[in-house]
Ligand binder design. Sequence first.
Ligand code: NAD
Length: 353
Amino acid sequence: INMQKTILITGGAGFIGSHVVRLMVKKYTDYRIVNLDALTYAGNLENLKDIDNRDNYIFEKGDITDEQAMVRLFEKYRFDGVIHLAAESHVDRSIADPLAFIRTNIVGTVNLLNAARQLWKGDHAGKRFYHISTDEVYGSLGETGLFTETTPYDPRSPYSASKASSDHLVRAYYHTYGLPVVVSNCSNNYGPNQFPEKLIPLVINNIKNGKSIPVYGKGENIRDWLYVEDHARAIDLIYHEGKLGETYNIGGINEWQNIKLIRKMCEVMDRKLGHTPGTSEKLITYVTDRAGHDMRYAIDSSKLMQELDWAPSLQFEEGIEKTIDWYLANQGWMDRIVSGEYEKYYQKQYQGR
Ligand code: NAD
């Protein structure tokens, strides 16, 4: 086939990245999609087994913290564009080991920026470097208000501080070197293939196994949730139509207090598993709050909705049913993950609960 463009997607074996790779490989058959992933504990090629034999898809195992390897990769494929999702992504792990987050999220991002600069040498026609980030860079909200694209950065965890730093560096490369960049900041994602250290798959897995459901503090923290395929659609749109140098916020218009979300999931799980209503709720166990736990995140995505005509496609009630169905139908995926290294980490994090 005559490939029009070669696009690098980093972190494509992870949760969001795998949905982005699948969408791009299927939708743009004239693009060559190169998925670069270090396959850390969070990367899993099983997430992409349905598309891995397509002839416009290539997997490259590699680490973005390896500067020379990144230069070689860019030379080898001569990328037209980059969609950068590779990151250390879990707040609790960043509290335990901040440096891993500095290396991958900050140094790794700069390695990619430098490799793109070196390859493109100021010839930016048709080129684009798209950096995927989080709304956590904006800090924490009180009971009202929304994060907008102009909300000042106020990151409070090593994770969000490392992502904030990488966002600033990406924008600095736009202003300093004219690198054609675009950035988006998204709220919490949920859906198939999410590593079970994150709230929603953790709750599903624990209910399934009759294990207690650890809830931080009083469970009062509020998060906005977006179905992962809606995020992937936004990424496709922003990659192709977003204005250079701009930032787009992405959210689900779907705020939930953690404890209410968990109760809702208990209700759905009882129904799906044929349990008496109220069975799963008994598993809820309050545990010591996460250090520096941000109270509320909520995001205003009106810029994306108005400029690029995007909207979330699913209501949460529908999205959570779909998600729970996927995890129940893919128990093997979960079992293969919930063993070995992750099991040790889990025991340490929740003291064997
Ligand atoms: P994830 O942890 O599921 O996946 C991360 C992927 O990056 C994994 O496949 C991992 O192997 C890979 N990776 C990690 N370090 C690497 C390195 N040094 N070199 C190459 N690959 C490496 O994360 P996710 O939840 O899919 O998040 C993807 C991106 O989206 C991240 O940048 C994250 O900050 C951002 N984001 C996530 C959410 C969310 O709710 N999950 C929300 C907003 C933004």
